[in-house]
Every structure is written in structure tokens, then in C-alpha cells.
Design a protein around this ligand. Structure first.
Ligand SMILES: [Mn+2]
Length: 319
């Protein structure tokens, strides 16, 4: 497993055979947008790529994969993982594939293939833009709105529409460049953030009325058991935005959501406005970024899982 330079990665992409592009589990807009953009890039290079979204793929991101093959194709595959930091994040793909290349932006992770990782990038989309630009510089392709649009979606998605603390001057420069290529930012952002199903709105209404706080309101939390979700009759994916609802409560510096996945297993998402919550996620075997991280916690029930997380949070809540 080697750390690749941008040119070495481009060489590998130019030599790739029937590329299969893998997303991380519970795919978000960054992994799907980056995968879609890489598909378009590889297609321009004369390849026959396919994107394999992990099985927990959500309908919200389906527009990014319109017209893109999502089945394993025949042939000798070069397997490329995008926005995946560690083998665990490959989810159901981990046993099925051995990735050849890993393109990512996570600061903390376990490399599992020859990799090109840019931790300063707010989104994997920024990394894919750098790849596209280098290939363009080398005369291998020209970047147009078809390539630029999923890259923009990836960046906008991972930055909460350019609202999160991971946004840098470079992020805006990337966005400006993409817009100048004809990206319809208004349409993409509407689909990503402002167009919601009735089920989505019902879930958000439920979350808003079930936020708890701890540590004098500095930590906000939301807990969802499987039984409660069944009672509500709502699919899992519509609770993806729960963490955003929790962090919208004034005074909350750390937002936590705990969702029961299976008996004794709870998926925990963490967001922070200032302190790094990476140590908490890694403590429970997870990962992510300083201000957005996640892990799976084993505990008897969801409220016990929350208690374990709150206990661990004591160490990062300094004042
Ligand atoms: Mn990402």
C-alpha cells in the first residue's frame, strides 16, 4: 500500500481496466457525487466504469447516479474506493472486493489500497476536481458541466451547503471554478437540502420534539430505537438529518444521535462546533473528522449507548 502522488494516481486511472467505483457504507452526497464524477472522468478516458453504491444507498442521492451503470460489469476490474477512510467503512463491499485504489480526504483512517488522500480537502469532491484538472492539464480530457456537477454536489453535500467549519478558501475557489463550468448550483442544492418527502418531514418533526440536552445544554442528543421507528412506520434513511436538527438547538456545541441498528448495536453520529470529537469516535472504534465523526457502540439498549457516549464526552468538554 503506497501513498500516491497526484500524477501517479492519474497514471493508474489512465491504465485502469473496467473500473468499479465503490462508495462508503451509508453513502452520503460526497461519496456518491465523487463516484459519479469519477465515473464521468473514466468514461472520457475511454473506460467502461460502473459505480457500486453500498446497499444502504438513499433515494435522496439517486439523481447523481442517473444514467450510470450500478451493476458489476464483466471484465478484469480496477476497484477504486472514493471517500472511504478505512476497510470497515467499505461495509458490505469489504468481503466482496479488494480495492486497488483509494481516493479520500479523511484525516484519520486506515489505508487499505494504494491511496491518494488529501486531508485538507473539505470533501472528496475537491480531490476529484484536482484529479480532473491534472488529467485535463495532461490533455486526457476536458472538464465540462457533466463532470463538474457531481463534483459540486459532493462538495456542497459534505460542507452542509458551504456552512460547516471544514470550508476553506480553496473550497469556495473550487465552487467558483465549477460554477464557471456551467454547474446549476441552485438546482443541485435544492435537491440536496430543500426537497424533502413527506416521510422526511415527518421524521424531522419527530426529531425536533425529541431532543434532549446534557452538560447545561452544551450537548444535544436524539435517540431512536428500532421499536420506536417501527411504531412510527418510517424508514431509517429519513432520520439521516436528525443530527442537523439536534445541532440547530441554540447552545448545543456537541450534537449526538444514537440509532439502534440491531440488538445491542447502536450507530452513533457526532457533530461539534469547536472541540474535536474524533477521540470519542475512535475510542468506540469509529472515525471521521474533527467536527463530524461516527462510530458503532455496543450496549444493552440505545439509552445505555447514549450514556456511554455522554460519559466519554466529559473528557473533551473542557470548560
Ligand atoms: Mn467526505
Amino acid at each position: 500500500m503506497t501513498a500516491l502522488t497526484l500524477d501517479a494516481l492519474c497514471d493508474r486511472l489512465l491504465a485502469a481496466k473496467d473500473p468499479l467505483i465503490l462508495t462508503h457504507r451509508n453513502p452520503d452526497g460526497d461519496t456518491v457525487g465523487s463516484a459519479a464524477a469519477l465515473y464521468r472522468i473514466l468514461k472520457r478516458l475511454g473506460k467502461s466504469p460502473a459505480v457500486l453504491p453500498e446497499r444502504e444507498f438513499h433515494a435522496r442521492y439517486a439523481f447523481l447516479l442517473e444514467g450510470i451503470p450500478t451493476e458489476v460489469t464483466e471484465g478484469e476490474h480496477t476497484v477504486i474506493a472514493v471517500d472511504v477512510a478505512s476497510p470497515q467503512q467499505l461495509g458490505s463491499f469489504a468481503e466482496q472486493f479488494t480495492p486497488d485504489l483509494q481516493i479520500d480526504h479523511h484525516e484519520f483512517g486506515t489505508p487499505f489500497a494504494d491511496h491518494y488522500v488529501v486531508p485538507s480537502a473539505a470533501a472528496c469532491g475537491e480531490v476529484v476536481l484536482a484529479i480532473a484538472k491534472r488529467l485535463a492539464l495532461r490533455g486526457a480530457l476536458s472538464i465540462d458541466a457533466e463532470i463538474a456537477s457531481p463534483i459540486y454536489a459532493a462538495i456542497s453535500s459534505d460542507t452542509g451547503c458551504f456552512c460547516f467549519s471544514n470550508v476553506t478558501p480553496d473550497t469556495h475557489l473550487c465552487a467558483a471554478e465549477l460554477l464557471s463550468l456551467g454547474v446549476r448550483a441552485d438546482e443541485i442544492n435544492h435537491l440536496l437540502f430543500n426537497s424533502k418527502s413527506r416521510e422526511q418531514l415527518a421524521a424531522e418533526a419527530y426529531v425536533l420534539s425529541h431532543i434532549s440536552t446534557a452538560f447545561e445544554g452544551r450537548v444535544g442528543s436524539f435517540v431512536l430505537t428500532l421499536a420506536e421507528r417501527e411504531r412510527l412506520g418510517l424508514p431509517e434513511e429519513v432520520f439521516d438529518t436528525a443530527i442537523d436538527a439536534v445541532r440547530s438547538l441554540a447552545g448545543v456545541r456537541i450534537a449526538v444521535t444514537v440509532k439502534e441498528k440491531a440488538r445491542g448495536q447502536h450507530r452513533v453520529s457526532l457533530r461539534s462546533t469547536d472541540v474535536s470529537i474524533t477521540p470519542i469516535a475512535t475510542h468506540f472504534g469509529g472515525g471521521g473528522h474533527a467536527r463530524a465523526a461516527g462510530c458503532t457502540v455496543s450496549a444493552e439498549d440505545a439509552s445505555c449507548a447514549l450514556d456511554l457516549v455522554l460519559d466519554a464526552l466529559k473528557s473533551v468538554l473542557t470548560d
